[in-house]
Design a protein around this ligand. Structure first.
Ligand code: S3P
Length: 442
């Protein structure tokens, strides 16, 4: 499924102009396929992200017995199997690079009377799964994982599973969603307590599919309760544009002089909008046009004009609302006036790569001044001068799409260009990235 390695150089190409449309939200696309695959009847999904990660979820839902088809006009049609009726996959589920597919589907399997084996690429096989194995074991599922609690792993679901109340030890929407999805086929009420809010697409969309789910605030924490052995009803889902994909263009247009770019149809769920707030704090010129609602999510068009950014101390409390956007924020910081300090970012070390180490190495090799700490980076910006570029080597993307795209943006704001060893991971989340860069800079 994964694409062959591709070496690529991104050089300065002038301002970003005009209007572009980024693909559908990755988090929402995964959930739309999964929940439609659990509903009884036919759902239709428009705007689905057709990246490798989401296609891995589609393939897995087929193995569980759902009928998943792409129609000629790009709409996806899904006939679900019904909660409680997942079939046992005949083959190992190849999750590729996708942590979201893996962790959420582990939740689904955990409360069904089936056994499934999960495999993935080298990046995914190094990522921690204990964070989902722990709560799902409490619900009755059993696991045979590789040493260190990683893939490949085999999961035997429990039927019936046992409802639990689980306080999240890490701020993770994937862990929250895994427990809630296991709760869908568990008798009684399964609860997740979230000390720090994370993206809430699971809660919003499950409610749309007819699940009984209550969200309450207790002592400053969020408590999500799902009533088990639910029936889901099919629905039509419209997937808004992915703010995590728009992020690369928000930063590119902010740091490349003369830019004036409109990014259409960007999801602005408050649990995802942290980068917008931090860029504005740094002095970015970003206007929200035509605010509206798409598929139960707030959406707007973003008009981004070049501005001289200034370094800031990023409040660690905002991290969950921009957890995937730090790599590209570091690029913005490298071009800002003054110093940007980030802390509280231990989670970045267990993403598709160790994103603190990967971005420190990549930006340094492109000429930026970066200090790496245990839980963050300190970056001394150029004050708007272009970065030197990777004159003496090339950046390693480490099977991490967001490292590749962030350093591509750095290349647009360099004098000598940035060479990346492998841009093929970009296909996991943003297959049209290179085309949109070319269009915006044409
Ligand atoms: C995601 C949650 C986040 C994020 C990932 C997508 C999701 O992961 O980094 O890209 O769709 O729930 P964590 O839950 O591990 O923070």
């Amino acid at each position: 499924m994964t694409s062959p390695p591709m070496r690529q150089t991104f050089s300065p190409r002038g301002p970003l102009k005009g209007a572009i449309r980024v693909p559908g939200d990755k988090s929402i696309s995964h959930r739309a396929l999964m929940f439609a695959g659990l509903a009884v009847g036919r759902s239709r999904i428009t705007g689905l992200l057709e990246g490798e990660d989401v296609l891995a979820t589609a393939a897995a839902m087929r193995q569980f017995g759902a009928h998943v088809e792409r129609e000629g006009d790009g709409t996806w049609s899904v006939e679900g199997v019904g909660v409680g009726s997942l079939l046992e996959p005949k083959l190992a589920l190849d999750m590729g690079n996708s942590g979201t597919s893996t962790r959420l589907l582990m939740g689904l399997v955990a409360s069904h009377a089936i056994t499934a084996t999960f495999t993935g690429d080298a990046s995914l096989s190094g990522r921690p799964m204990k964070r989902v194995i722990d709560p799902l074991s409490q619900m009755g599922a059993s696991f045979e994982a590789s040493a260190g609690g990683t893939l490949p792993l085999m999961l035997r679901g429990a039927s019936p599973a046992v409802p639990i109340t689980y306080r999240l030890p890490v701020a993770s929407a994937q862990v929250k969603s895994a427990v809630l999805l296991a709760g869908l086929n568990t008798p009684g009420i399964t609860r997740v307590i979230e000390p720090v809010p994370t993206r809430d697409h699971t809660e919003r969309m499950l409610t749309g599919f007819g699940a009984r789910l209550e969200v309450a605030k207790e002592n400053g924490e969020t408590v999500i309760a799902i009533h088990g052995q639910a029936d889901l009803a099919p629905m039509d889902v419209v997937v808004p544009g992915d703010p995590s994909s728009a992020a690369f263009f928000m930063v590119a247009a902010s740091i490349v002089p003369g830019s004036d770019l409109t990014i259409l149809n960007v999801g602005l769920n408050p649990t995802r909008a942290g980068l917008l707030a931090v860029l504005r704090q740094m002095g970015a010129d970003i206007a929200e046009l035509n605010p509206r609602e798409v598929g139960g999510e707030p959406v707007a068009d973003l008009r981004v004009r070049h501005a001289q950014l200034s370094g800031v101390d990023v409040d660690p409390a905002i991290a969950p609302a921009m957890i995937d956007e730090f790599p590209v924020l570091f690029v913005a910081a490298a071009l800002a006036k003054g110093t940007t300090r980030t802390t509280g970012l231990d989670e970045l070390r267990v993403k598709e790569s160790d994103r603190l180490a990967a971005m420190a190495a990549a930006l340094t090799s492109a000429g930026a001044r970066v200090e790496e700490h245990a839980d963050g980076l300190t970056i001394h910006g150029t004050g708007g001068e272009p970065l030197r570029g990777t004159a003496n080597g090339r950046v390693k993307s480490l099977l991490d799409h967001r490292i590749a795209m962030s350093m591509a943006v750095a290349g647009l704001a360099s004098s000598g260009g940035v060479e990346i060893d492998d841009t093929s991971p970009i296909n996991t989340s943003f297959p049209t990235f290179q085309r949109l860069i070319a269009e915006a800079t044409a």
